[in-house]
Design a protein. Structure first.
Lengths: 151, 203
């Protein structure tokens, strides 16, 4: 159940207005969905949104792909993430200074398959990018690798 | 003890043995494979688990994640394709950067850059949802205020030219960095054509 659906109807409208007002276009976006196949949803603040090509992503978003699903994302630091079917990928932390390339990027692959090309954050500061699985942590020095979680 | 009870006890015993064996064997929990870097640069991933850590630093070096820690292995292009083909097929095109040069003190392209500008559109056309970052720069002639404005103006010229040729204005972000990020480091006040530029990042 989403937080909004627990509220009475009149409050729900207020909740929506607040959610829209706080979703600033400028700094909230950390990446964009560039490719999509099959069923993919984005979980944001307790709600499951249908994913679309071009959709902007925010910190703490979780991508879920169905049995026929796959999704490709370009992050603001030019990192490329793409997940195969039956995957759950959370964008837990993303901080990026576009001028200095300093930042932090932490993702979690709870399940499924993930292909990664690291971007400017990992290039500037090796190991400033990490990928976690339920049982492991990967510190990324660069650049191109794949991860499977939960076999 | 009758026949039925004996059968049940045997089943129970089998279940207990299986559970014990399962606990002893290292349970598979996933895998990591390092791929060849497209630019052939050095690349590595450090894989940590409770039971230990391995560093993958060769193409197709792999780690099996297990309940007892990572186990080093070697994978191959075929194995990666079989397991990760769908994820790799969904990978977006890498970001592509273009640099356009400007006439000194002005917001006009050099003739060469006017031609280079065309290749940007070919790159944009390859992408389903292109987004563009346009960054203006100057050389070190003039003060910060002048160069901040000029760099921004140069980026705006590029933005306008992109929009005029059909690129959605909403997909373009424009930034002016003034003289802070020269490609060729020079002393202040030095005219350097290679620093008078606009970078277009197509993603």
């Amino acid at each position: 159940m989403t937080p909004a659906s627990r509220l009475p109807r009149r409050l729900r409208a207020a909740w929506l207005a607040l959610a829209l007002a706080t979703a600033g276009p400028a700094l909230a976006e950390i990446g964009q969905i560039k490719s999509l196949k099959g069923q993919v949803t984005v979980e944001r603040q307790g709600r499951a949104l249908p994913a679309e090509v071009g959709m902007l992503l925010e910190v703490a978003d979780t991508l879920r792909t169905g049995a026929d699903g796959a999704v490709g994302v370009t992050m603001r630091d030019n990192s490329l993430l793409s997940a195969g079917p039956n995957s759950i990928l959370s964008l837990q932390r993303f901080e990026f200074d576009a001028t200095t390339s300093q930042g932090r990027f932490d993702t979690q692959l709870q399940r499924g398959t993930l292909a990664v090309v690291s971007g400017r954050i990992a290039k500037q500061s090796p190991e400033a990018m990490t990928v976690r699985t339920p049982s492991a942590q990967l510190a990324v020095r660069g650049t191109d690798f794949v991860v499977a979680a939960g076999e | 003890m009758n026949e039925r009870w004996r059968g049940l006890a045997a089943l129970l015993l089998a279940a207990v043995v299986a559970a014990l064996l399962g606990a002893c064997a290292a349970k598979p929990q996933g895998s990591v494979v390092l791929l060849p870097d497209a630019q052939g640069k050095d690349t590595a991933v450090r894989v940590q688990q409770e039971g230990g850590e391995v560093v993958l630093d060769q193409p197709y070096a792999a780690a099996q994640l297990t309940s007892r820690g990572p186990v080093k292995a070697t994978s191959s292009a075929a194995q990666v394709q079989a397991q990760f083909g769908d994820a790799l097929a969904a990978r977006p095109l890498p970001a592509q950067q273009f640099t356009l040069y400007f006439v000194e003190g002005k917001d006009e392209f050099t003739d060469e850059s006017r031609r280079a500008f065309d290749s940007v559109f070919a790159e944009i056309a390859r992408r389903p949802v292109p987004d563009l970052l346009v960054i203006g720069h100057t050389d070190k002639v003039g003060n910060d205020a002048f160069n901040d404005a000029l760099s921004r103006q140069r980026a705006e010229v590029v933005r306008k030219a992109l929009v005029e040729r059909g690129i959605a204005a909403g997909s373009i972000v424009v930034v002016g960095r003034g003289k802070r990020e020269p490609i060729v480091p020079t002393a202040d006040g030095v005219a350097e054509p290679r620093n008078r530029r606009v970078e277009i990042l197509v993603r």
